[in-house]
Design a protein. Structure first.
Length: 187
């Protein structure tokens, strides 16, 4: 139905892992790219992938998992790692690619995201799999939201980062995303 094996009872997790592999492949391609034009193309593709992935995690997956595993430490750290990635993404979105720190900034984003993926796959996802969450239903919701985001796009990361910073709140990225979505609907 969604490109996952029919016998899979963990559609949501398989979707996230597939996204992880795709972005790790982009990070590898960036390291192998020889010219700036190719690096800039890869950065843009990776940013788009990361923004959509983060949105479905924050809006759908993380709230369900947070409730099911009752481990605020893991979930809070994941939220903060998303926040850090969004700050770097917002800065990259403001750059042309010709700045002296462009490659370094994307490299730091890559390292941070790889660390986040490792923790998510080694700690959070195994705990989630030990719950009675309906991963098929969760995966279906995530798939539908992802398709919508791929068509409509995700607001620039800078918008969300600025909203959070201007309010001086320590809210989770998911709450900030909800505020940003509500604010953009009012426009």
């Amino acid at each position: 139905m969604f490109g996952f094996p029919a016998e899979s009872s963990t559609q949501a997790i398989e979707m996230l892992k597939a996204d992880h592999e795709k972005v790790k492949d982009l990070f590898d391609a960036f390291e192998d790219a020889k010219d700036l034009r190719e690096k800039k193309r890869i950065v843009q593709e990776a940013i788009n992938e990361l923004k959509v992935h983060a949105a479905i995690e924050e809006e759908i997956f993380y709230p369900a998992v947070r409730k099911a595993i009752d481990d605020d430490a893991i979930m809070n750290e994941a939220d903060e790692e998303h926040h850090e990635a969004k700050v770097l993404i917002a800065e990259l979105e403001e750059m042309t690619g010709n700045e002296s720190h462009y490659v370094a900034k994307f490299t730091v984003l890559s390292e941070n995201v790889k660390h986040h993926i490792k923790e998510e796959e080694d700690e959070m996802l195994p705990k989630a799999e030990d719950t009675d969450l309906d991963f098929d239903a969760l995966g279906e919701k995530m798939f539908k939201r992802k398709q919508k985001l791929l068509v409509e796009g995700v607001p620039p990361a800078g918008e969300e980062a600025m909203v959070a910073a201007s309010r001086g709140r320590g809210d989770s990225p998911a709450k900030n995303s909800q505020r940003t979505v509500r604010a953009s609907k009012k426009k």
